[in-house]
Design a protein around this ligand. Structure first.
Ligand code: ZN
Length: 310
């Protein structure tokens, strides 16, 4: 099952990529307690940590929401044919993401709203596709909701210069600007009400404009947290940041705040990059958090994905 229903909203997992991201835990999550990885290896492996190499495994996936008669995408992955010299694992991909989306029942022209939780390389990729030599919007009838603080942060007009070897080189130019220049973006600040079930709020730390989508429908709750956490170790060790967090103190504070809200409101926590069953319910555990249960999404199985969702 790659689809669940929460109140009046269906949530479908659409895969782009699953596998190693070329970093061991001490590099990806500097400062995370080594024992958190060794003591939990029995369940972290293989979905969140590769059993052989001890490299962190990540999913790149889009959460497709059907709400109020609209098709809504949360995050658009890495995209195809993008020039990413500082991230070879994601450079010049050629995946069947749009096929996976079609098998989930949605064609590009049927997407109404695209949400970029933040404007990192692996959250905006399918905003555009390569048409000849031009990057053009993939979803021609969509409104793209982008956090204004991230838009301003990476806009070269404001003087942003990526650090060599990491950062967001090319990303604004090939995946953000073409959408904005086509008049299809909404740059929102603070909060944005999508419909009666869904709301966007800023949750800064990972990036200045990082945001979460809160789903509240009937008695069901979920929060789509983007890169507020990449790995379930950050639930049980909520002060463990990724090496990509722009504001480490802010990232920790936001993670604790959102996980606390989710625990207190019985809300499913749905990050952008969890492998395994994709999302978790959490509870408070002293001044940390525990995993109460996993969502029922399918494990990654590329050969079966197409058939199971047809
Ligand atoms: Zn990410």
């Amino acid at each position: 099952m790659n689809q669940i229903t929460l109140g009046d909203v269906t949530v479908t997992r659409v895969w782009e990529y699953f596998g190693p991201v070329d970093m061991k835990p001490d590099v990806f999550f500097p400062g995370s307690p080594p024992e958190a990885w060794t003591e939990n290896a029995a369940w972290l492996e293989p979905h969140f940590l590769d059993s052989q190499t001890q490299i962190v495994n990540s999913a790149i996936q889009t959460w497709l929401l059907r709400s109020g008669g609209k098709n809504i995408l949360i995050d658009t992955g890495v995209g195809n044919h993008k020039e990413r010299p500082y991230a070879p694992v994601w450079s010049h991909l050629n995946t069947d993401f749009l096929g996976n989306l079609a098998r989930a029942g949605v064609l590009p022209e049927e997407v109404d709203i695209v949400i970029n939780s933040h404007l990192h390389i692996d959250h905006v990729g399918w905003n555009t596709y390569l048409d000849g030599k031009a990057w053009v919007p993939t979803f021609p009838n969509a409104t793209y909701l982008m956090p204004k603080r991230d838009f301003d942060f990476w806009n070269p007009v404001n003087g942003y210069k990526p650090l060599l070897g990491r950062g967001n080189q090319n990303v604004f130019e090939d995946s953000v600007a073409p959408v904005h220049e086509a008049g299809m973006s909404v740059l929102w600040e603070d909060s944005y009400t999508i419909d009666e079930n869904l709301r966007l709020d800023t949750a800064p730390g990972h990036t200045p404009g990082s945001s979460v989508v809160t789903l509240a429908s009937g008695s069901d709750r979920a929060v789509f947290v983007g890169d507020m956490l990449h790995n379930p170790v950050q639930i049980i060790e909520p002060d463990s940041n990724s090496c990509f967090c722009e504001d480490p103190a802010g990232a920790k504070a936001t993670r604790r705040r959102i996980l606390g809200w989710a625990a207190d409101n019985n809300a499913l926590v749905v990050p952008a990059h969890l492998g395994g069953q994709g999302a978790a319910e959490v509870s408070r555990d002293g001044n940390k958090f525990a995993i109460k249960g996993w969502a029922p999404f399918d494990l990654y199985a590329p050969a079966e994905t197409a058939e199971s969702t047809l």
